[in-house]
Design a binder for this molecule. Structure first.
Ligand code: DP6
Length: 384
């Protein structure tokens, strides 16, 4: 099948004909974090995944962003080098003007990431260079919790930008709105493509998932078994520090990785299997597949060159305790990991009491300052 890529997928480029006039205003969106069950690890071209992934959308972990905009009096002006050491960044900030505040504090350290994002989305939403922006953002989870805010953060911002496009072009369909929001979010951070909708989102083309595409996330199209409704995710904060290796660097290490091709094939097969499991409610098979995915992700990190380890001793202590608890009780609790040391403890709603008791009794001791976050599957982003 022919793949549409961002380079020839012109249907998402903003067309200014018949646009309404939009002088100033603001939009606010709340977008959730997500936790992948089949992992995205490895990308090509402009933020396209090497394999399809699927995630649970979360509920309590979210970013709320307000985008204030004001039309510029003068159009964007691109001037010659001004002697700045970071000319490219200066240039970007002349074409796209923004000021970013996290919890009321100006954050110039995010300018580079924002600049990269604006440049990538610039062709698709050309109107953004006509405005000055103030971005006010807040995460429901603490900044230094080791929980990546890039997925929810990029999704919330992408949705605000789409609200602007919708104000300029009110005839836009809902499908177009959400697909393009996911596509823009993806250009900020791959996993952000899965932070627009709920409860389960697939990103990346897969033969058994109708409408799936590398360009944006789509809702899991099949009926999900009762066992997976309101699934619980308690996030154990094992290490709240900065990651030693960023996801972007990790993804790049999949180029030339000795196991890359096999891994991409396996992820594809695992998505087929998980699709069946989600429909038939087989919790034991779910546990097996999800834990295997988490450990494979970390195995890829340990076998890349340079190699690295993001798990900490307490990550392993928790995994060991979960395995023992499962053996003793027959519970369906399991773990997954993202690119860090924190552990996501996943369990069915009907085991809530049993597992919460286990977590407070045995697992909390392995968390930094005994801190953890109770979350569950959510319904997707919301306009405020
Ligand atoms: C391990 O989406 O953070 O969480 O596209 O470079 O921003 P970039 O990477 P990012 O990678 C997340 C990888 C993961 C697995 C997953 O969420 O699927």
């Amino acid at each position: 099948m022919h793949k549409i890529t961002i380079l020839n997928g012109n249907e998402f480029i903003y067309k200014p004909d018949n646009s309404k006039i939009l002088e100033d205003g603001s939009f606010t969106w709340k977008a959730p974090s997500n936790i992948a069950l089949v992992k995205y690890w490895g990308k090509r071209d402009v933020q396209l995944p090497q394999n399809p992934s699927i995630s649970f959308t979360l509920s309590s972990c979210f970013t709320e962003t307000t985008l204030e905009f004001k039309k510029r009096e003068e159009p964007a002006e691109v001037s010659k080098p001004d002697g700045s050491t970071d000319f490219e960044q200066t240039l970007i900030q002349k074409v796209f003007k923004w000021d970013l505040f996290l919890d009321g504090e100006r954050k110039p350290e995010f300018n580079k990431k924002m600049g990269g994002f604006m440049t990538r989305i610039g062709k698709l939403v050309s109107f953004i260079s006509d405005y000055d922006f103030i971005i006010k953002t807040h995460n429901s989870f603490p900044h230094s919790s080791g929980i990546a805010s890039s997925a929810s953060g990029m999704a919330a911002l992408a949705l605000c930008i789409m609200s602007m496009e919708k104000a300029l072009n009110p005839l836009m369909s809902d499908d177009f709105f959400y697909q393009k929001a996911s596509l823009l979010a993806r250009l900020g951070s791959g996993s952000a493509a899965r932070s627009i909708k709920g409860e389960l989102v697939v990103w990346g083309e897969h033969s058994e998932i109708k409408e799936s595409t590398d360009l944006y996330g789509v809702e899991f199209p099949h009926n999900v078994h009762e066992n997976f409704k309101n699934y619980q995710d308690t996030i154990l904060l094992v290490d709240k520090g900065e990651k030693v290796v960023s996801s972007t660097v990790g993804h790049n290490l999949m180029h030339g990785h000795p196991f890359a091709e096999k891994r991409f094939e396996q992820a594809n097969d695992n998505l087929s299997k998980l699709s069946e499991i989600l429909q038939n409610g087989d919790l034991k098979a779910f546990v097996n597949l999800v834990e295997s995915e988490a450990l494979t992700l970390h195995a890829m990190m340990m076998t890349s060159n340079p190699y690295f380890i993001l798990m900490k001793p307490n990550t392993l202590q928790i995994i060991d305790s979960i395995w023992k608890f499962r053996e003793q009780t027959g519970s369906n609790v399991c773990f997954t990991l993202d690119a860090g040391a924190n552990v996501h403890v996943l369990f069915p709603e009907k085991e809530k009491e049993l597992v919460n008791d286990f977590i407070t009794r045995e697992l909390v001791q392995f968390c930094q300052k005994n801190e953890y976050i109770c979350d569950s599957v959510g319904l997707g982003a919301k306009q405020m």
